[in-house]
Design a protein around this ligand. Structure first.
Ligand code: 13P
Length: 245
């Protein structure tokens, strides 16, 4: 099981120290098989990497510039720079960035540059509420997957995170039957277009200690991408513990 903490635009050095209890948990035998990944803002990547050295926790970034070479791009961070901090993962295609104009083509370029640096990509896809209402979820997921992964060869470096946009930060979570159906479709699409049967699929959107037990019953889900609740180490630990019985 993967447990990915997406801190979004939150977090300072003091918050890194609060993750001590999570580091301790990650080193326990029972949790060693799971992958716990913190994705803090860029500003904390190096410090966080130092902090988790020799532990069972990994660090990831939340985005990168699409160009893989160094260059005159004021204010931007590319995959090479992220790699140099010690981070091993990166979240790409998050709906909060798609909302700001990130297209499938840009996301595809970012995935290419991140895989070139051997970063593992947590590739976010998901439908908006209006698309769900129009019963368009399948087509939206298919388009995002095909366009985002076009030409990507290192498919073993991709983890897909299914995050329905309407469930992010709203407290709303799809019914298990809906999740099983959508994740089943994602797997079929990945098999058809990428010949892959082994890509891990995470769920993200309002995951919390109260709803995680029910979500963890879905065997097709390989882990969770957690936003708000991951900032609170107690809640994050609770989520991990309740998912692994
Ligand atoms: P919340 O868990 O706060 O709903 O955020 C989900 C998310 O966007 C993770 O990437």
């Amino acid at each position: 099981m993967y447990f990915v903490a997406n801190w979004k635009m939150y977090g300072n050095t003091a918050d890194i120290n609060k993750s001590k209890s999570v580091i301790k948990l990650a080193n326990l035998k029972k949790y060693k098989v799971s992958k716990i990944i913190y994705c803090p803002p860029f500003t904390l990547l190096s410090t966080f990497c130092d902090k988790v050295k020799n532990s069972n926790i990994f660090i990831g970034a939340q985005n990168c510039h699409s160009i893989s070479e160094y260059g005159a791009f004021t204010g931007s961070i590319n995959a090479k720079l992220i790699k140099s901090t010690g981070a091993k993962y990166i979240i790409l295609g998050h709906s909060e960035n798609r909302k700001c104009g990130e297209t499938d083509i840009i996301i595809n370029r970012k995935i290419r540059s991140a895989t070139k640096e051997n970063l593992k990509v947590i590739f976010c896809i998901g439908e908006k509420l209006s698309e769900k209402r129009k019963k368009n979820t399948y087509n939206v997921l298919r388009k995002q997957l095909i366009n985002g992964l076009k030409g990507i060869k290192k498919i073993e470096n991709i983890i897909v995170a299914y995050e329905p946009v309407w469930s992010i930060g709203t407290g709303l979570v799809p019914k298990n039957s809906e999740l099983i159906k959508n994740i089943g479709n994602i797997k079929k699409i990945l098999y058809k277009f990428k010949k892959s049967k082994s890509i891990k699929i995470l769920y993200g959107g309002s995951v919390n200690p109260k709803n995680v037990k029910e979500l963890a019953k879905i065997k097709e889900i390989n882990g969770f991408l957690v936003g708000g609740a991951s900032l609170n180490p107690k809640k994050f630990i609770d989520i991990i513990k309740k998912s692994i019985i």
